[in-house]
Design a protein around this ligand. Structure first.
Ligand code: NAD
Ligand code: UDX
Length: 465
């Protein structure tokens, strides 16, 4: 079967970039991305590609090339389902905030809604592709909804998890390490797998397209994120030991990363990992393991999250301790709010938790981030529900100029590793701060020696100070 028309439900950080790249690489396929969020679709359709809702280097150009040719953004979900041969489900699957599995399990209500909508609308056979990250065995839930329509329409369900990282999404999509496609090992299932292989094979070398059974594919996605996050927690755990032993975490990372069995990537000590995936997917793995009675497996992975929570708390406490055990009324400038550089995404960003901790101590936080909007900072803080909206607004200022953020501050905390922070005029920043002027580099991006020469007191994660 040759795919001619694709629909993707969910125009978020995954659906938008992924479909834009499929449309670019497969000009013969019509790609329609649909969402119930009208404002988001309007932003994807904004004639000025600088206003699309997801900031990713290079994405504007990719969207501009295909939009209106074979890439469309729309709120007509039913229409797009009806006319497509293949439907990607790329909706959000956050951690449940209520009921059974609260705080651990993935909330699948949006997935179920999509399945029911497809079941209701489809009049011809469809291949349904799970692009969202889902608990292992979710395909059977989707299948059971789709198989009970009584309409005679037949559905194949594939798992095709997305491995892109934010900030490098376009690069990752254009040149992926691998594409994973899981499906039923029946004749019909294998045909569906082949149809999706043929889409990716238009630009991905065939040997990088892996096919598996559907359960291996679902579980591999959770596992990949768990392994990556585990590396960050491992290096972060050692950063604390470094601070007590005069070892330097950057040197340790280089030394161990040179072992080809370990490898150099994902060994950067930080204030803690954030993002919409790592914590959610590990918690989900923990929940699934416990639901099978595998408590040791669950405890093992849960420790990765505990270490990460510790690292965020430890960073905030370090700031407080260094400022003579009180930050009450003191101005702390935050450079960066996004969970990593080159994205405007702030979900689970360490900055949120560090700010929360400092606000409990009645500090005044001035935030500057090159891509995050003021309202997002307050949405993030209000979502924590630890104090009123008014209090968050009283203690936090979001400013549009980094020098303004640092002016009159007792300390600067670097929460995101934006490259531009390295290029600032640090002497000018120093001159306008209260003394002693502190820098807490939660990303080890600044040149600590240079800053010390200017006069700053510098703390970098896991290095001797
Ligand atoms: P997102 O919140 O940015 O986007 C999801 C979109 O789905 C939203 O715009 C929402 O309005 C829409 N939606 C929800 N229910 C809908 C419905 N019934 N009909 C139409 N639209 C609906 O989420 P995201 O970051 O793109 O993540 C999507 C999935 O991909 C998640 O399962 C996530 O775990 C996974 N994932 C994310 C990343 C990442 O880097 N963000 C990477 C790999 C995988
Ligand atoms: C992750 C996975 O990498 C990606 O494959 C998956 O599809 C989605 O989840 P993402 O969350 O977008 O991607 O970014 P990633 O680069 O993995 O970073 C996650 C967090 O870990 C960030 O807060 C980052 O700053 C932090 N991190 C990463 C470190 O602290 N140190 C490192 O060495 C690497």
């Amino acid at each position: 079967m040759k795919v001619k028309s694709i629909c993707c439900i969910g125009a978020g950080y995954v659906g938008g970039p992924t479909m834009a790249v499929i449309a670019k690489k497969c000009p013969g396929i019509k790609v329609t991305v649909v969402d119930i969020n009208e404002a988001r679709i309007a932003a994807w359709n904004d004639p000025d590609v600088n206003n699309i809702p997801v900031y990713e280097p290079g994405l504007g150009e990719v969207v501009a090339e295909s939009r209106g040719r074979n890439l469309f953004f729309s709120t007509d979900v039913d229409g797009a389902i009806d006319e497509s041969d293949m439907i990607f489900i790329s909706v959000n699957t956050p951690t449940k905030t209520y009921g059974e599995g609260k705080g651990l399990a993935a909330d699948l209500k949006w997935i179920e809604l999509c399945a029911r909508q497809i079941a209701r609308v489809a009049k011809s056979d469809k291949i349904v592709v799970e692009k969202s990250t889902l608990p292992v065995r979710t395909a059977s839930t989707i299948k059971s909804i789709l198989d009970h329509t009584g309409s005679g329409v037949s559905f194949q369900i594939l798992s095709n998890p997305e491995f892109l990282a934010e900030g490098t999404a376009v690069e990752d999509l254009m040149d992926p390490d691998r594409v994973l496609i899981g499906g039923d090992q029946t004749e019909e299932g294998l045909k569906a797998i082949q149809a999706l292989v043929d889409v990716y094979a238009q630009w991905v070398p065939r040997e990088r397209i892996l096919t598996t059974n559907v359960w291996s594919s679902e579980l591999s996605k959770l596992t990949a994120n768990a392994f990556l996050a585990q590396r960050v927690s491992s290096i972060n755990s050692l950063s604390e030991l470094c601070e007590h032993t005069e070892a330097d975490i950057n040197e340790v990372a280089r030394a161990i990363g040179s072992d080809s069995r370990i490898g150099p990537k994902f060994l950067k000590a930080s204030v803690g990992f954030g993002g919409s995936c790592f914590q959610k997917d590990i918690l989900n793995l923990v929940y699934i393991s416990r639901s099978y009675g595998l408590n040791e497996v669950a405890d093992y992975w849960e420790q990765v999250i505990q270490m990460n929570d510790h690292q965020k708390r430890r960073f905030a406490k370090k700031i407080i301790r260094s400022l003579y055990n009180t930050v009450n009324g003191k101005k702390i400038a935050f450079l960066g709010w996004a969970f990593k550089k080159d994205t405007n995404d702030t979900r689970e960003s360490a900055a949120i938790y560090v700010a929360d901790h400092l606000l409990f101590e009645q500090a005044h936080v001035a935030v500057y981030d090159p891509k995050v909007k003021e309202e997002q900072v307050f949405v993030d803080m209000d979502y924590l529900n630890t104090r009123s909206s008014e209090e968050n607004r009283k203690y936090i200022d979001v400013v549009e100029d980094p020098y303004e953020a640092c002016k009159g501050a007792h300390a600067i905390a670097v929460l995101t590793e934006w490259d531009v922070f390295k290029q600032y005029d640090w002497s000018k920043i120093y001159d306008n701060m209260l003394k002693p002027a502190h820098v807490f580099d939660g990303r080890n991006v600044l040149d600590a020696e240079k800053l010390r020469k200017i006069g700053f007191q510098v703390y970098s994660i896991g290095t001797p100070s």
